[in-house]
Design a protein around this ligand. Structure first.
Ligand SMILES: Cc1ncc(COP(=O)(O)O)c(C=O)c1O
Length: 391
């Protein structure tokens, strides 16, 4: 969309088509193996499908504003156990249309024009858009690849905080780097947020796809009163199309978020909430989370093993379902040139991570490419065989 397009608001005039749509189309055009967009190409667990079938025959009318009681209770129980506090379903939980709407509603509820929000790069691409749509100003701090790790430079983070800072968005496990933040790192973030009296928005959609223990920042000392913890059903149960999410926090933060949510979708699809509640109840006893972690660990290792025979160099991610690989050996001018050429040259699609950096920092992604491993073993093996031919 060009800025000259008639009627378009100044706020949204700079928004282009998102990178996932672009590269999914390229994959289709070239019949390429699509390791681009982060959604599973395999079916969800049978108990999730059964829960959806059961819920589909009832529950046809609007849900209550906070969410269906069974889902509020299931989320409150899960997060009470994790955070070691007694959460009240209707006061401490809000159901949203995926994590996506939770993030949007959080920015609408708390950000005034000119407020600054600290965002780590590479970022999930909704964050800057959500901040801008609320009239806020994103302040970017780049994570740095050092050896096999992505490191947060706390001096740079401290510099990004000012007296206009209203919030920081933290994503752990992190998309796209796969970084899982340690307790010590989370504590330093809490200390900074405390010093500047900033809100912490914690995006934890990959909470159950962690190969090193995932910690919720809201459970760290001093964090609860200033933290909104966002997650959803999509990644954990391979049902990204359900778009059922939630936010957990103190009542003083949940109530304003709920007031914004009320004028965004009003409420979330009732049968899907009922199915999500059922799914969360079942995993209390069926051992699914451990199975899920095992499944994705195996897929991660399969992709890494395949990449070893190619020109790409990739460290093992600690969580999430993406690998960030270095493509320097292939000699492309930048990540976009590489990702545009890969479908035709190799029959594989990856995402150029520069789309996940702010303008000033896009060069940091020059030799990087993101591959998703939330794909069938056949797709991962086939992509690997095709990429090996590039050598
Ligand atoms: C970091 C992160 N946050 C949020 C979302 C969106 O989650 P949902 O599908 O629940 O809206 C995604 C989806 O890719 C994501 O990777």
């Amino acid at each position: 969309m060009s800025p000259q397009t008639p009627y378009v608001s100044r706020r949204t005039a700079s928004f282009g088509e998102n990178v996932f749509t672009t590269y999914t189309r390229l994959a289709q055009q070239h019949g390429a193996v699509n390791l681009g967009q982060g959604f599973p190409d395999f079916p969800p667990p049978e108990f999730a499908l059964e829960a959806l079938r059961e819920a589909a025959s009832g529950y046809q009318q609007y849900a209550p504003l906070p969410g269906m009681p069974a889902l509020l209770e299931a989320v409150a129980a899960k997060m009470s156990a994790r955070l070691g506090r007694d959460l009240e379903p209707a006061q401490n939980v809000q159901v949203t249309v995926g994590a996506t709407e939770a993030l949007f509603a959080a920015m609408q509820a708390f950000i005034d024009p000119g407020d600054e929000v600290v965002v780590l790069e590479p970022f999930y691409d909704a964050y800057p858009a959500d901040i801008i749509m609320a009239g806020g100003v994103p302040k970017f701090v780049a994570l740095e690849p050092q050896g096999d790790e992505w490191v947060l430079d706390f001096d740079a983070l401290e510099e990004a905080f000012t007296d206009r800072t209203k919030a920081i968005i933290v994503n752990t496990p992190h998309n796209p780097t796969g970084k899982v933040f340690s307790e010590a790192e989370l504590d330093r973030i809490v200390a900074l947020a405390d010093r500047y009296d900033a809100l912490i928005v914690s995006d934890e959609v990959y909470e159950h796809i962690a190969f090193t223990p995932h910690v919720s920042i809201a459970g760290r000392p001093g964090a609860w009163e200033r933290t909104l913890s966002v997650s959803s059903i999509g990644k954990t149960f391979s049902v990204t199309g359900w778009k059922v999410g939630w936010t957990v926090g103190p009542e003083r933060l949940i109530t304003p978020l709920r007031m914004a949510h009320q004028w965004i979708p009003f409420v979330v699809a009732t049968p899907l909430q009922v199915a999500a509640a059922r799914v969360l109840q079942e995993v209390e006893t069926n051992g699914y989370y451990a199975e899920l972690e095992g499944l994705f660990r195996r897929k991660r290792d399969l992709l890494l093993a395949q990449l070893r025979g190619t020109p790409f160099r990739a460290p093992a991610p600690q969580g999430g379902y993406f690998v960030i690989a270095d493509s320097s050996a292939l000699g492309y001018e930048d990540d976009i040139a590489l990702c545009n050429a890969l479908p035709e040259r190799a029959g594989v699609v990856g995402i150029p991570p520069s789309a996940l950096y702010s303008g000033a920092h896009k060069h940091l992604a020059k030799h990087l490419v993101r591959f998703a491993f939330c794909k069938s073993d056949e797709a991962i093996l086939e992509a690997g065989e095709r990429l090996k031919k590039l050598s």
